[in-house]
Design a protein around this ligand. Structure first.
Ligand code: PLI
Length: 458
């Protein structure tokens, strides 16, 4: 079946209000046309992120009631540790309250000025944590990933030639680790093949550089390997995950994605000495090593969520829901990044609104219209987020891709709600010539997209 139906039924519902167009006009004006400033109860379908927005199962909620809130040695920690070890296979597991704290622990311990970290594509918090510690974050995804229309099974792969050239140029002593983000969020939620993970590990290890996987969406990545890579069709998601992590020396994880929870994360490693250093730092900034900034009940929910995400019926439905939206848009000729990835559809705002130049934020124009027309919240991943001034020439450098991400929360919206989203986008596409560009009225010096205020260009 191309789009398997939901493998669950709904036991608890959360009402969502509808607003009128007039209300949404007023909300947008108050928000400075930045959807980050919109109160969530003014939104009908919220596709801002798939992070921390999952619906938990009855089994996870039951686990919440079994939370053991002991400061040290909570039984939920042992369940969590056992589950992480079963899937990820690393010797040590350090819980954290979310993914970026795992990154912070690792990078603040091993990075300093002059060092370089290669990755297929760093997610923005990963890049920020690398740079905050003085090191350089280098993205080495394959060139084809930058073409929104190129269909490839594993468009998240790292370019191994570029990786080897970087090591040669920089010197192995200046590269304390290499990373792969699975799936590659910044590049469209695209998967990385087993062959690419294996070859990356082999190359890095030949220079004695460890490989750390950014594992947020590991189960979605494993599902793509099962479906698309020769030799994996008969393997379970658990077997594929075991093999993926067997090539790595550790991983950072935001459990807010494939952990199917609203908060939580961890770092898992094989290195005893590094683990000890990180544990000492954890005690300073997060808490005792058997809770790491989380309640015992949260650890229980993660342990159960990690088991549930391995279910092939769930993954087939999940990835099918994303693919179905892509197929609906494709039929109507709407431009988006192809193929659809694991957790989101990324509209190609540059082609969608070809009459709006990048200096006038076509991604923002589309994001604003999605809210105004249909009460849908998406996120711009384009000029507002990434354009920057070249200090040497004084000119503005625009990103290659101008995208609007519709991230789909896990187990939250029904297929008919997704149909509503697709239809709304198609309606907007038909009247795209009427959309206008925006200009900034306020911007912060860093990470401006979160707090920027804008107005329609006259
Ligand atoms: O939001 P955190 O701190 O739990 O996780 C940070 C993080 C790390 N790596 C990757 C690939 C991510 O996608 C990620 C968080 N992603 C968010 C919030 C998103 O909206 O995609």
């Amino acid at each position: 079946m191309k789009y398997p139906p939901e493998p669950f039924k709904i036991k608890v519902v959360e009402p969502i209000g509808r607003t009128t167009r007039e209300e949404r006009e007023a909300v947008l004006e108050q928000a400075g046309y930045n959807v980050f400033n919109i109160p969530a109860d003014k939104i009908y379908i919220d596709l801002l992120t798939d992070s921390g927005t999952s619906a938990m199962s009855d089994n996870q909620w039951a686990g919440i009631m079994l939370g053991d809130e002991s400061y040290a040695g909570s039984r939920n920690y042992y369940h969590f540790e056992q589950t992480v070890q079963k899937i990820f296979g690393f010797k040590h597991v350090i819980p954290t309250h979310q993914g970026r704290v795992a990154e912070n622990l690792l990078f603040s311990t091993i990075l300093h000025k002059g060092l370089v970290v290669p990755n297929n594509s760093h997610f923005d918090t990963t890049r920020a944590n690398v740079e905050f510690n003085g090191a350089e974050a280098v993205d080495l995804v394959i060139d084809e990933a930058k073409d929104p229309n190129k269909i490839l099974p594993f468009k998240g792969n790292i370019d191994l030639d570029k990786l080897e050239a970087l090591i040669q140029k920089t010197g192995r002593e200046n590269i304390p680790l290499g990373m792969l983000t699975i799936t590659n969020n910044s590049g469209g939620g695209q998967p990385v093949s087993m062959a690419n993970i294996r070859a990356t590990a082999k190359l890095l290890h030949s220079y004695e550089i460890p490989l750390i996987l950014d594992a947020c969406r590991f189960a979605e990545n494993a599902w793509f390997i099962q479906q698309r890579e020769a030799g994996y069709a008969d393997k379970t998601i658990l077997e594929i995950a075991n093999e993926m992590f067997s090539y790595a020396d550790g991983c950072t994880m935001s459990a807010k994605k494939d952990g199917l929870v609203n908060i939580g994360g961890f770092i898992a490693l094989n290195d005893d000495q590094l683990t000890q250093q990180l544990t000492n730092r954890l005690i300073l900034i997060e808490g005792f090593p058997t809770y790491g900034g989380l309640a015992g009940r949260d650890l229980e929910a993660i342990a159960r969520g990690l088991e549930e995400v391995l279910d092939e019926n769930y993954l087939a439905y999940r990835i099918g829901q994303v693919a179905r939206m892509g197929d609906r848009l494709e039929e109507a000729g709407v431009p988006f990044l192809k193929p659809t990835g694991g957790h989101a559809v990324y509209l190609d705002a540059k082609s969608f609104l070809a009459h709006i130049p990048q200096s006038q934020f076509p991604g923002i124009a589309l994001t604003v219209e999605l809210y105004l027309h249909a009460g849908i919240r998406a996120v711009e991943i384009g000029s507002l987020m990434f354009a920057h001034k070249d200090e040497q020439t004084g000119t503005i450098q625009y990103p290659e891709l101008e995208l609007v991400r519709l991230a789909i929360p896990r187990r939250v919206y029904t297929n008919s709600q997704m149909e509503y989203v697709a239809e709304s986008i198609i309606e907007i596409y038909k009247k795209r010539q009427q959309l206008q560009g925006f200009e900034l009225t306020y911007e912060a010096p860093v990470l401006r997209h979160f707090t920027a205020r804008m107005q329609l260009l006259a």
